[in-house]
Design a binder for this molecule. Structure first.
Ligand SMILES: NC(=O)C1=CN([C@@H]2O[C@H](COP(=O)(O)OP(=O)(O)OC[C@H]3O[C@@H](n4cnc5c(N)ncnc54)[C@H](O)[C@@H]3O)[C@@H](O)[C@H]2O)C=CC1
Ligand SMILES: CC(C)CCC[C@@H](C)[C@H]1CC[C@H]2C3=C(CC[C@]12C)[C@@]1(C)CCC(=O)C[C@@H]1CC3
Length: 344
């Protein structure tokens, strides 16, 4: 009993130096957990945290970081904006298999994976999508392709007979202070004068999820992960449960940072096929010059289609509900990015 209770509150966050990972660490510390972080890069100091710097693609690097812990949170991934197919495959697929193997060898009981709602997204409308939707047969990018492989691997690894329980959390459009993808890229796009128009008619509803709600969902999943629990081996959408028109959300952030927001819409299909053509052109020109287009087909699709998800399963099986409402999350985010304010 002593051993189990001692291990009970000990956990490791793989990718814990990232945007979401650090919020999970902060939430775990608030809840009295003993927290270790494993990451390829250490980006913050905290005397309460034990840091292990290593590469999850090397299983031997993992062992010291997960020794004697009950729960592992895996939220490491290359940035979705990368176009390095091999990197995505090595980190998200082979690396995740390493984590499963290392967890089983170390006697870790619980593995909570940060997956993505995008694993069912193929660029067409999804309205109130449930977790029963099939995995994307034609993922729109390498990132999504490897997130599908990763989630399948983790859920299949759930093994009550080995006292090893797994769960996948599928957030969507995570935002908040310290985010590295959404707001910084949006501001760069605005500064380049590329947000004068919106893509589509501006009515498409999308889920944006404040980061503290995502961290909360991860801890709830870990707390409900035990023998005979209906949570084991399942995926759960975690959202703010407040889908919002994509361009309304973007305009709230832009105007909050004193940038002009788009007023007119451009035909979605025109921009989508233009983005697809540009992507092909960049691929052909890559041997001569590396060009990274802002408007990739995936981003255009995300900007111009409906994609919001039901979190009913998380509500029913884990008692999930968002702790920070969308409007408050937007205000906190704008405040957290004052340094990116438009001063012109
Ligand atoms: N940002 C978003 O809107 C969404 C993110 N997700 C998922 O949430 C998770 C966290 O995403 P973010 O916090 O936005 O990403 P992030 O890029 O801020 O954090 C990822 C962390 O993983 C670490 N990492 C990458 N490769 C590694 C390796 N080989 N070994 C050890 N550590 C490594 C990085 O150093 C970084 O600290 C990812 O799994 C992502 O797929 C899911 C849905 C939406
Ligand atoms: C002006 C816009 C077309 C571009 C600025 C905003 C975009 C950078 C972001 C809007 C939706 C975001 C999003 C993700 C990354 C950043 C955006 C494309 C993800 C792809 C991140 C990883 C995931 O798992 C899914 C996310 C969907 C939404």
């Amino acid at each position: 009993m002593a051993t189990r209770s001692r291990k009970g509150k000990k956990c490791t966050v793989i990718g814990g130096c990232g945007f979401l990972g650090r919020y999970i660490v902060e939430r775990l510390l608030e809840e009295g957990y003993t927290v270790s972080v494993f990451d390829i890069a250490k980006t913050f100091e905290d005397d309460r945290v034990k840091f292990f710097v290593g590469d999850l693609c090397q299983e031997k690097d993992l062992a010291p970081a997960i020794s004697d812990v009950q729960t592992v949170f895996h939220c490491a991934s290359p940035p979705p904006s990368s176009d390095d197919r091999d990197l995505f495959y090595r980190v998200n697929f082979v690396g995740t298999k390493n984590i499963i193997s290392a967890c089983k060898k170390a006697g870790v009981q619980k593995l909570v994976l940060t997956s993505s709602a995008s694993v069912v997204y193929e660029g067409t409308d999804i309205k109130n999508g449930t977790e029963d939707l099939p995995y994307a047969k034609k993922p729109m990018d390498y990132y999504t392709e490897t997130k599908v492989l990763q989630e399948k691997e983790v859920l299949a690894a759930n093994s009550p007979e080995e006292n090893f329980f797994t769960v996948a959390i599928r957030p969507h459009g995570i935002f908040g202070p310290r985010d590295r993808q959404l707001v910084p890229i949006l501001v760069d796009t605005a500064r380049a004068g590329k947000t004068k128009f919106m893509i589509g008619n501006g009515e498409n509803l999308v889920d944006f999820t404040y980061v503290v709600n995502v961290a909360h969902g991860h801890l709830l999943a870990a707390e409900h992960l035990h023998k005979d629990s209906p949570v084991c081996g399942k995926a759960f959408h975690i959202t703010n449960d407040e889908p919002i028109p994509f361009w309304t959300f973007m305009s709230r952030i832009l105007e909050g940072l004193n940038y002009p927001s788009p007023k007119m819409g451009l035909p979605y299909l025109l921009i989508y096929y233009l983005a697809a053509f540009l992507q092909l052109l960049c691929l052909l020109l890559k041997p001569i010059k590396e060009i990274k287009p802002t408007f990739t087909p995936m981003r255009v699709a995300l900007a111009g289609t409906y994609h919001y998800y039901s979190c009913q399963r998380a509500k029913q099986l884990m008692g999930y509900k968002p702790v920070v409402p969308l409007d408050e999350g937007i205000k906190l985010t704008v405040k957290g990015y004052a340094h990116l304010q438009n001063n012109n």
